[in-house]
Design a binder for this molecule. Structure first.
Ligand code: HXC
Length: 257
């Protein structure tokens, strides 16, 4: 698929996806979501990429699903096309994904950020679920991902009221990871991505699997998965390199094998 609504490039093992529909504040139409998912899957497979980033522009990460595209749908056309099912593919991505947010992240735009593992935001960025004001509700994981991130009470209040929340408030609730000056968002996201890209990729991958599993597993099942993943790291050359580098008092160089 050639990309109409995103741009993508790889630098220093960071695979960047830039949302590129500025005339409608990066409103997510179906093709754009398909392009994002396809690129994430390519990056997940690529040996040149260790960490992924999704960014918008100065005004918008994304202002939600494309309302014009959606407005004449019926329950049956939605059910048959099941347009939001493709979002599940993002949940299956193994490498870290960082959302780099300036401007608004609303509705589906906030859901896209919540599908990422870490969210870095500009101080004047705003987050929220305005769907209730359109007579609908979040449909690409918002009620689930936000609730798992910040708990039922705050999630209900936020989604029911449909209000935009300032980045610092979102940070206090634990909905996002870092707030920095607007002009430093990409730089800070990239710095964080590089830090992750320099870690042992197999550890990073197994940590993601184990942490994500904590939400759905019993404590004993989760502990068991963690333990097996710990043992599995000893199959890697990077475990040998990491421990050898420690004893030799030097920085490790990880290869991802
Ligand atoms: C289609 C959109 C859009 C959207 C903005 N635009 N958001 N088009 N779908 N979600 C378009 C506007 O129509 C306008 O086009 C242009 O982008 C600029 O927007 P303005 O409204 O003029 O900008 P501003 O006054 O700065 O207001 C910014 C805004 C507002 C507060 C973000 O645009 C807004 O409320 N947008 C809708 C946000 C929303 O409700 N999102 C949830 C969507 S439902 P023109 O042609 O007039 O210049 C959803 C469900 C998710 O996300 C389901 C799972 C995926």
């Amino acid at each position: 698929m050639s990309n109409q609504y995103i741009e993508a490039f790889v630098e220093d093992k960071i695979g960047v996806i830039q949302l590129n529909r500025p005339e409608v504040l990066n409103a997510l139409n179906r093709q754009m979501v398909d392009e994002i998912v396809e690129k994430l899957e390519q990056y997940d497979e690529s040996e040149d990429v260790r960490v992924m980033m999704i960014k918008g522009n100065d005004k918008a990460f994304a202002a939600g699903a494309d309302i014009e595209e959606m407005m004449d749908e019926t329950p049956l056309t939605m059910e048959l096309a099941d347009p939001f099912a493709v979002w599940d593919h993002i949940t299956l991505i193994n490498k870290p994904i960082i959302a780099s947010v300036n401007g608004v992240a609303l509705g589906g735009g906030f859901e896209l950020a919540l599908h990422c593992d870490l969210i870095v935001a500009g101080e004047s960025s705003k987050f929220g679920f305005p769907e209730v004001q359109l007579g609908v509700m979040p449909g690409a994981g918002g009620t689930q991902l936000l609730t798992k991130a910040i708990g039922e009470r705050k999630a209900l209040e936020w989604i029911w009221l449909g209000e935009q929340m300032e980045a610092r408030e979102a940070l206090k609730l634990g909905a996002i990871n870092r707030v920095v000056a607007d002009e430093l968002v990409f730089e800070e996201s990239f710095r964080l991505a590089k830090q992750l890209a320099n870690q042992a990729p197999i550890s990073i991958r197994l940590i993601k699997e184990s942490v994500k599993a904590a939400k759905d597993m019993t404590l004993m099942d989760g502990m068991n998965l963690e333990r097996k993943n710990f043992y599995l790291t000893f199959a890697s050359e990077d475990q040998k390199e990491g421990m050898k580098a420690f004893t030799e008092k030097r920085s490790p160089s990880f290869k991802g094998v």
